[in-house]
Design a binder for this molecule. Structure first.
Ligand SMILES: Cc1cc2nc3c(=O)[nH]c(=O)nc-3n(C[C@H](O)[C@H](O)[C@H](O)COP(=O)(O)OP(=O)(O)OC[C@H]3O[C@@H](n4cnc5c(N)ncnc54)[C@H](O)[C@@H]3O)c2cc1C
Length: 395
């Protein structure tokens, strides 16, 4: 097949999810990924986990992809947010907002595995690995995409899901607002002596936030962001010294810690495209905006882009209309504008507020955390926001 409704460039978490949603809706879809497909699920490819909020889980279930990852999803039952040494720590318990957990921690490779398995079941979805997007040509009716090895395909809509350093976005002349946090996030999996009891812990330090996220089995994943200079030094530590630093930040609530698998380091940079669409093209996920991982919201935000595109394209296909015309693109841009900007501002604000030892800021955040802890309605609002169910009808 060379003619599709939608061609998706980038087979990361976002590209695969949008393909599952569109395939489920009956669309003819091609996903193009530069990496070998079997590489995407290797432990050495991506050691990260993702905190999947309740709203995102429901969406993945609708796309038929949740079932494949449910066995590897650890429910988050409690969240503890605070500063080391500060009396103002907020405890969120999922029972305070309902029966469902706040979210689930799933390894990125397990998410990819489940999405790829789902795409395999969808007859009109093709995934091409080891293939690069090279160029495109657009007419008012369609987009013609040139791929590596001279292969050409056509579509009504091109979705760019190439991540925050998207080359196609540059090719389109879409400018970005970006800033470097001058931080690096260390990510690795730890085994521990005592059970985590489903508790996620986020601690703030002047040189960056530290999170311990519960995984299946007696395992947890850390996401530890550090100023670049310090990150350089921590990166040079041997495993035993590294674990000693982790224990220093986290304490001994989980007993003896051991490293399972490699340590990864991700440079942190905020990137936000000045617009989300162009003729017959839409940016989705990190290609549209990549945020600080402090609140574990990047992919949850991307999934809300995915939902908007899937709903709009599905409506068009069912009505026999063009699924990539200007009206669809305008609707997508206006649906996604506010959410994206507000999440960039929230995550950036949290990082600045907590990544600073100035006394007024320290006082402000301690007061803020103490207020949140003592005001149940505000606390519930934050909890529902973290769960990604704000504005959704309760089930
Ligand atoms: C340390 C860390 C922790 C995080 N934790 C969380 C969390 O707990 N919860 C959460 O919601 N989010 C989290 N995030 C954010 C989340 O990981 C991202 O939002 C998500 O991975 C974005 O996926 P994507 O598919 O849009 O982009 P990417 O993951 O960057 O994928 C892009 C894909 O496109 C491919 N590609 C690029 N260019 C081309 C081309 N020209 N041709 C073909 N293929 C191409 C790449 O090979 C890649 O596979 C975290 C991020 C970091 C850095």
């Amino acid at each position: 097949m060379t003619d599709f409704d939608v061609v998706i460039v980038g087979g990361g978490l976002t590209g695969l999810a949008v393909a599952a949603g569109l395939g489920q809706a009956g669309g003819r879809v091609l996903v193009v990924e530069q990496e070998r497909i079997d590489r995407l699920t290797e432990p050495s490819f991506d050691g990260r986990v993702t905190a999947i909020a309740l709203g995102s889980k429901r969406q993945l279930a609708r796309y038929g992809a949740w079932e494949g990852m449910a066995g590897q999803a650890e429910p988050i039952l409690e969240i503890e947010v605070g500063e080391k040494g500060s009396p103002a720590t907020v405890h969120y318990r999922h029972q305070d907002v309902g029966v469902e957990p706040f979210g689930w921690i799933v390894e990125n490779r397990a998410i990819r595995q489940a999405l790829l398995a789902r795409l395999d079941e969808l007859p009109d979805v093709q995934v091409l690995g080891s293939t690069r997007f090279v160029d495109m040509e657009r007419t008012p009716e369609r987009v013609t995409v040139t791929l590596g090895a001279g292969r050409t395909v056509t579509a009504k809509l091109l979705l760019v899901t190439e991540g925050r350093f998207s080359r196609t976005r540059t090719l389109l002349g879409i400018e970005v607002e970006e800033w470097d946090y001058h931080q690096r996030a260390f990510v690795c999996t730890l085994g521990h002596e005592k059970p985590h009891l489903g508790r996620a812990v986020e601690r703030f330090f002047p040189d960056g936030p530290f999170a311990m996220l519960p995984m299946t089995g007696d395992r947890s994943s850390i996401v530890w962001a550090l100023d670049e200079r310090l990150a350089e030094e921590v990166g040079r530590l041997d495993d035993a010294m590294f674990l000693a630093e982790v224990a220093e930040r986290f304490g001994d609530a989980l007993g003896q810690l051991e490293l399972i698998g490699p340590r990864f380091a991700h440079p942190l940079r905020m990137v936000m495209a000045e617009r989300s669409t162009d003729q017959r093209v839409a940016l989705v996920g990190d290609a549209l905006r990549g945020i600080h991982p402090i609140a574990g919201q990047g992919w949850n935000l991307a999934l809300r882009d995915v939902e908007a595109i899937v709903e709009l394209v599905e409506g068009r296909l069912h009505a026999g209309l063009d699924p990539g015309d200007a009206a669809l693109l305008e609707a997508y841009a206006s649906r996604r504008r506010f959410d994206g900007i507000s999440m960039v501002a929230i995550t950036d604000g949290i990082n600045r507020l907590f990544g600073n030892d100035l006394f007024p800021l320290k006082l402000a955040r301690e007061t803020g955390l103490a207020v949140v802890e003592r005001l149940p309605p505000l606390k519930r609002l934050f909890m529902r926001h973290a769960m990604g169910t704000l504005g959704m009808p309760r089930e």
